[in-house]
Design a protein around this ligand. Structure first.
Ligand SMILES: *[C@@H]1O[C@H](CO)[C@@H](O)[C@H](O)[C@H]1NC(C)=O
Ligand SMILES: *[C@@H]1O[C@H](CO)[C@@H](O)[C@H](O)[C@H]1NC(C)=O
Length: 357
């Protein structure tokens, strides 16, 4: 059938790319930061008069903001030139840690829905001139907030990692248009939060899945889930096709962030002091940070809920915690820097950040 043919085409393309690769010449190796990016001209999906990006030039973010940075990657991005360029960067910032087989999986993302964030906007606009997004982090500040209805009234609702909904609808809402995760963070959430009833990514007609790829396993899971095939090796190895996204999931439901986008966020928005230390190789913006900054680069208006605020000591780590515990600071993120960035974006009028005081 078609699957076999496209697999064959992908594998032929893979072979031709491998044979065209030149060895990496040390003296011309780009620096660690690689502050140069591909450009994509994805036309705006609306004519919203008060779009976020029209306002950026009047703010302190004018210089650092790239209006044509690719937010998503798809089949088009898989070329020998891009492979050569991106394999210089590791983790979430390039294809350096991704096997050739992993990168070739991008070939599967060749439908219009894989290129556009709001692939169903034409059907769901319902007279709305602007794309209004609610971006929901998992912060304890949402406990008792009663923001659920307001969140669900947006055109799109973004969520991340262990976003448990059942029993928390009054505070956080019940819709999920975009679920953002890396395979590692999703699996950790499923392990850690099973107790509070978190069984895995939300599944609904409107839900799209956006990978934040920081490892081979993300590309491999994306392809296996899109094609309903088993994963024969690696941490997600299984006899059956992966079931995380429901048994009827189609390739149109998957998106994957471009490593240039994550590297650009790290370099320009979240250039942490950690980049001067030994942890620089593991440092990256948190999954929630990539989600919120992606919304700023695609939505017309962004309301952010459940992100860290300066009074974070007053709240538990997550809204779904059974017992109160303080915010956990991970070695590979800079949550305090992210907190300051949310304040700056709020004060600049680029997002509306939910705060309780
Ligand atoms: C579309 O808009 C109308 C009027 O504002 C509203 O009553 C209706 O529920 C909306 N439909 C959807 C699918 O959001
Ligand atoms: C959530 O809010 C309720 C009501 O204010 C409070 O009793 C509970 O301790 C809070 N949960 C956590 C984990 O902080």
């Amino acid at each position: 059938g078609n699957d076999t043919e496209s697999d064959q085409a992908t594998s032929d393309k893979a072979k031709s790319i491998i044979s065209s690769l030149k060895p990496v010449a040390k003296p011309t190796e780009p620096d660690f930061f690689g502050d140069r990016y591909a450009t994509d001209d994805v036309p705006s999906q609306t004519n919203c008069p008060n779009n976020i990006r029209k306002h950026v030039p009047q703010t302190q973010f004018a210089e650092m903001f790239l209006h044509n940075i690719p937010v998503l990657q798809w089949a088009k991005h898989f070329t020998p030139e891009e492979y050569q360029r991106l394999r210089h960067y590791g983790g979430a910032h390039g294809w350096g840690g991704v096997s050739a087989e992993g990168v070739f999986s991008l070939g599967i993302l060749n439908t219009p829905a894989n290129r556009l964030m709001f692939d169903d906007w034409e059907n769901s606009a319902n007279g709305s001139k602007c794309i209004r997004c609610a971006v929901v982090g998992n912060g304890g500040i949402l406990n008792g907030s009663r923001k659920g209805k307001e969140i669900d009234e947006h055109d799109y609702v973004f969520r991340v990692n262990g976003a448990a909904l059942k029993g928390f609808e009054n505070d956080v809402g019940s819709r999920t248009s975009f679920y953002t995760f890396s395979t590692n963070t999703m699996r950790n959430s499923m392990r850690r939060y099973a107790r509070i009833g978190y069984r895995g990514p939300p599944i609904s007609k409107e839900t799209r899945y956006i990978f934040l790829p920081d490892h081979d396993r993300d590309y491999i899971l994306m392809k296996a889930a899109s094609t309903h095939t088993a994963i024969v090796k690696g941490p997600e190895r299984s006899k059956n096709p992966p079931a995380y996204f429901g048994k009827d999931v189609t390739v149109e439901k998957f998106k994957i962030y471009h490593p240039d986008f994550t590297r650009y966020l790290r370099n320009r928005f979240l250039h942490s002091r950690l980049l001067k230390t030994g942890t620089r190789r593991i440092y990256r913006p948190s999954t929630g940070a990539v989600m919120l900054l992606a919304a700023i680069h695609t939505c017309d208006q962004v309301d952010a809920y459940g992100f860290m605020t300066p009074d974070y000591r007053l709240y538990s780590d997550h809204y779904y915690d059974k017992q109160r515990h303080p915010v956990h600071f991970y070695a590979n993120h800079d949550m305090r820097m992210e907190m300051r960035l949310w304040q700056e974006l709020h004060n600049a009028g680029l997002i509306n950040l939910f705060m309780r005081q």
